[in-house]
Design a protein around this ligand. Structure first.
Ligand code: ADP
Ligand code: ADP
Length: 227
């Protein structure tokens, strides 16, 4: 689904050049659940940002289903992102003056979501919350709303940066279960940056980064939903 070839990303501060990514080669398959591990500063966010086109590469090539993303201009990349990608971040960014349903609808980019919002809410146990406002929800519930919002437009890939970072254990478990469901039931490709080793155990592929390089790729047992 995604192939990265010799991808390098450098940042220049004065005369000092930092390699955020150094000659990275990586393949991600359709429907794969990928976890990215590594110490702070090892390049995890940069990897996620260049795959999703939030950041440009300094050199190298990224191909998505045969299309060379690294050739797209900014407008084309934005259109690509809207069509194919969903993002889940630690901050939920819900609009306080809109209820749950409206927040999801507006987040689906085009106003009408290809996936049924009521179905999705049921899937995450929030069917009774559709008319509530964010201030009436717990942190874990808000996080689930933001996940449904990312999913409603039916993206092919879901990117998560520390999705459980600010949640207690019980809510973290619910989020993990949801990510697993999305991956298994909807065959979504899920790419997660995390320090949570519980998430790493669920992954098909675990990528360990250090100093801007992939140091180790571990494949877990044969995929359950492989065709
Ligand atoms: P991680 O997500 O693993 O913490 P990052 O991808 O954020 O790592 O950062 C990788 C390296 O690139 C770090 O050395 C970081 O300081 C550097 N870096 C990231 N973004 C910038 C930026 N906008 N300007 C300068 N250096 C950056
Ligand atoms: P849109 O305007 O349709 O939200 P963007 O291309 O601006 O499209 O962003 C796509 C997704 O990436 C959005 O969900 C947005 O919240 C997220 N996003 C964009 N830029 C950043 C950033 N710098 N940090 C974190 N998330 C971002």
């Amino acid at each position: 689904m995604i192939t990265m070839t010799n991808v390098t990303k450098t940042y220049k501060t004065g005369d000092v050049e930092t390699y955020a990514l150094k000659d990275v080669n990586l393949t991600i398959e359709e429907g794969e659940f990928v976890v990215i591990l590594g110490p702070s500063g090892s390049g995890k966010s940069t990897l996620l940002n260049v795959i999703s086109g939030l950041d440009t590469v300094t050199s190298g090539e990224i191909i998505f289903r045969g299309e060379t993303l690294t050739n797209l201009d900014e407008d084309e990349m934005t259109a690509f992102r809207r069509k194919h990608l969903g993002f889940i971040f630690q901050q939920y960014n819900l609009l306080q003056n809109l209820n749950v349903y409206e927040n999801i609808q507006i987040g689906s980019d085009i106003g009408t979501a290809p996936l049924d919002i009521a179905d999705l809410l049921e899937k995450v146990g929030l069917e009774k919350a559709r008319d509530k406002y964010p201030s009436q929800l717990s942190g874990g519930e808000q996080q689930r709303v933001s996940i449904v919002r990312s999913l409603a437009k039916n993206p092919d890939i879901i990117f998560c940066d520390e999705p459980t970072g600010s949640l207690d254990e019980e809510n973290s478990k619910k989020i993990l279960q949801l990510l697993q469901n999305l991956n298994e039931d909807y065959n979504k490709t899920v790419i997660v940056i995390t320090h949570n080793l519980g998430i790493a155990e669920m992954a098909d592929k675990v990528i360990k980064m250090n100093s801007g390089q992939i140091k180790e790729v571990t494949l877990n047992k044969v995929k359950k939903n492989a065709q």
